[in-house]
Design a protein around this ligand. Structure first.
Ligand code: F6R
Length: 610
């Protein structure tokens, strides 16, 4: 079984199709991939299939001048099992070379389908995708079905637990894209005389700002001047278009060597954007009153997320408890999906997800909806799956995040949680919420972040001195500082491959301190009055065992030999600042090792499989 978080682009109705496909695939590079391919047809009987292992530049170099066409599909494949190879790369095609297919997702019952319907058929690849394209061909050729009917028949045979985004081409109707999705993201881009389809709007922004959603269990037939959506029962579906007013250059690196550095630098602007979008002139939160009413009814808030988003949830939980007095729990989505704790009577669910597509989190949301519990998704991607499926959405307004390691989405999540916590707290007339001058505080945060991102040279030298050689490192802290320690350690490990742990500093002495040896880096985060002294004592314990200690400390708690001093802000918001040096330490450690900062090994940006 292969697993993919692949990228898909399709276009019809323009003789620029090759460059649109290649540029679109480049915009989807963030999703992770290890091979890429395109298929184009010029409507006069010529068609071309090119696939290459490795980076898109290899594919680009393989494109000769005669390769052109007005309709085409492109794909980046990311495999976790099996060797990436040209034969396993997409597009896949039927043995008679009539049908070409790209696919993102996993067909769980592909072996059964192969055994039941395709015995005797010779397969070129090991993929589940090839089974689908051969099956479509069989239904068309042997049962005389038209392509759309055969496609539908195959979609009905695919088991419910499968996930897919498919774009199919048929040599007999070379201007047409046959499109369907289930759980995997895919949307239509609407052009003037041409149309597109892709996994993410960023892949189409150069051509259009107008988009159309595709829902699960629909077939979309896309031609140059027509988009026809039908459900699986053949009913025609009307669909409004929507606009994404994002500048295509928002997804460009500009002069930055890596997206991650650009995204770290954008954080002060993101904080200001959140203020603009969510706080009025008087600093009062502007949040949907129905959402507030729904949370007001709740006896407990459940925050669900994965990875960095889970860490942002840990920080947010403290804000919800302190500003609203509603008990709040935070759960890792892949755990909660299969080990649901005993629930309170009136839960309210908050899903934190940058991409809005994370399969683990969606699994929880599907269950939550089945139980009839209310839900909110906080996401960076409008119209993403979790946004569409939850009762309410709050957007992060962080702009596209392309680097695999999440930075500005984390700080945006924390800031939006602060907005929501204040809004609920005020709605419930909780005194701490009214006192909390969030607008002023986020202004201080933005200025503080700017000072931190401006101190890159210092962070680069700290990274090279302390983190370039060791194989292990620790981030430690208590309370909210521990939550940031977890996120900081994740950043370091995922892009620099240093094995890093985020630890509750008081817990070290209960076992883990045995790992500390001469020059083990231990980074202490100290931003809270109540626990500062305790964490400092814990740092002394590791210093006496030879550790190299780095400190990230809030100004009013700082001492002369602290490494990095953060400006003072409200204690609830210190994570917005303490995480920034940690992001940059990870960045410079990775850079110093000559690694691909934006695309760490084994990882993909959008994790659409469980
Ligand atoms: C780490 C990172 C991941 C994501 C996680 C959830 O830097 O980016 O840990 O946070 O895969 O993704 P979203 O937030 O899209 O649900």
């Amino acid at each position: 079984m292969e697993m993919r978080m692949c990228g898909i682009v399709g276009v019809t109705g323009t003789n620029q199709s090759v460059s649109i496909l290649i540029e679109g695939l480049e915009r989807l590079e963030y999703r992770g991939y290890d091979s890429a391919g395109i298929y184009v047809n010029d409507q006069s009987g010529n068609d071309y299939l090119v696939k290459r292992v490795g980076r898109i530049v290899n594919l680009k170099n393989a494109i000769t001048p005669e390769i052109s066409g007005s309709t085409g599909i492109g794909h980046t494949r990311w495999a976790t099992h099996g060797v990436p190879s040209e034969t396993n790369a997409h597009p896949h095609f039927s043995n008679d070379e009539r049908f070409y297919l790209v696919h993102n997702g996993v067909i769980e019952n592909f072996k059964q389908l192969k055994e039941e319907y395709l015995s005797g058929v010779e397969f070129k690849s090991d993929t589940d995708t090839e089974v689908i394209v051969q099956l479509i061909d069989r239904f068309v050729v042997e049962y005389n079905m038209d392509t759309q009917a055969a496609f539908l028949k195959v979609l009905r045979l695919v088991s419910d637990d499968s996930s897919y985004a498919f774009v199919l081409m048929d040599r007999e109707t070379p201007d047409t894209l046959f499109v369907a999705k289930n759980k995997s993201p895919l949307l239509v881009g609407v052009g003037d005389g041409f149309n597109l389809v892709a996994s993410d709007a960023v892949a189409m922004l150069k051509q259009t700002h107008t988009f159309m959603e595709i829902q699960d269990q629909e077939i979309v037939v896309v031609k140059p001047a027509e988009i026809l959506i039908t459900d699986f029962d053949g009913n025609e579906m009307k669909r409004d278009t929507f606009q994404v007013e994002m500048d295509a250059s928002a997804a460009d690196k500009g002069t930055y060597p890596f997206y991650m550095l650009k995204e770290v630098d954008e954080q002060p602007a993101v904080m200001r954007k959140i203020v603009q979008n969510y706080l009025n002139e008087d600093g009062d939160p502007v949040v949907d009153s129905q959402l507030l009413e729904s949370i007001k009814e709740a006896d407990r808030i459940y925050i669900i997320g994965a990875g960095t988003s889970y860490h942002a949830g840990l920080v947010g939980a403290k804000m919800f408890e302190q500003l609203t007095n509603i008990p709040t729990e935070v759960h890792i989505s892949s755990e909660f999906a299969y080990e649901q704790p005993i629930m309170s009577k009136k839960p309210f669910f908050i899903f934190l997800t940058q991409s809005g597509e994370t399969a683990d989190s969606r699994e929880v949301l599907v269950n939550v909806k089945k139980q009839g519990w209310p839900s909110l998704t906080i996401t960076n991607v409008p119209k993403s799956t979790l946004s569409r499926e939850a009762d309410y959405t709050m957007l992060l307004h962080a702009g596209p995040e392309i680097a695999v390691a999440s930075t500005k989405a984390y700080t945006a999540q924390v800031a939006v949680e602060a907005v929501l916590a204040k809004a609920i707290g005020e709605y419930l007339k909780h005194p701490r919420a009214a006192e909390f001058d969030l607008k002023h505080q986020l202004g201080l945060v933005a200025v503080g972040m700017q000072a931190l991102v401006d101190s890159k040279e210092k962070l680069e030298s700290v990274a090279s001195r302390y983190l370039s050689k060791p194989r292990n490192a620790f981030y430690i802290g208590r309370g909210t500082d521990w939550s940031v320690a977890l996120e900081s350690a994740l950043k370091l490990k995922e892009i620099s491959y240093v094995q890093a742990e985020g630890f509750a500093s008081g817990e070290l002495k209960h076992g883990t301190i045995a790992l500390i040896e001469s020059q083990t880096p231990v980074i202490g985060i100290i931003t809270q009055d109540r626990t500062a002294g305790l964490t400092r004592s814990n740092l002394q314990e590791v210093i006496s065992r030879g550790a190299s200690v780095i400190t990230i400390v809030t100004k009013h708690l700082a001492q002369t030999d602290d490494t990095i001093v953060l400006p003072d802000v409200d204690p609830l918001l210190t994570p917005l600042l303490s995480v920034v040096p940690a992001q940059l330490l990870a960045y410079y450690t990775s850079l110093g090792k000559g690694l691909d900062v934006d695309k760490p090994r084994n990882l993909a940006k959008s994790v659409t499989v469980q």
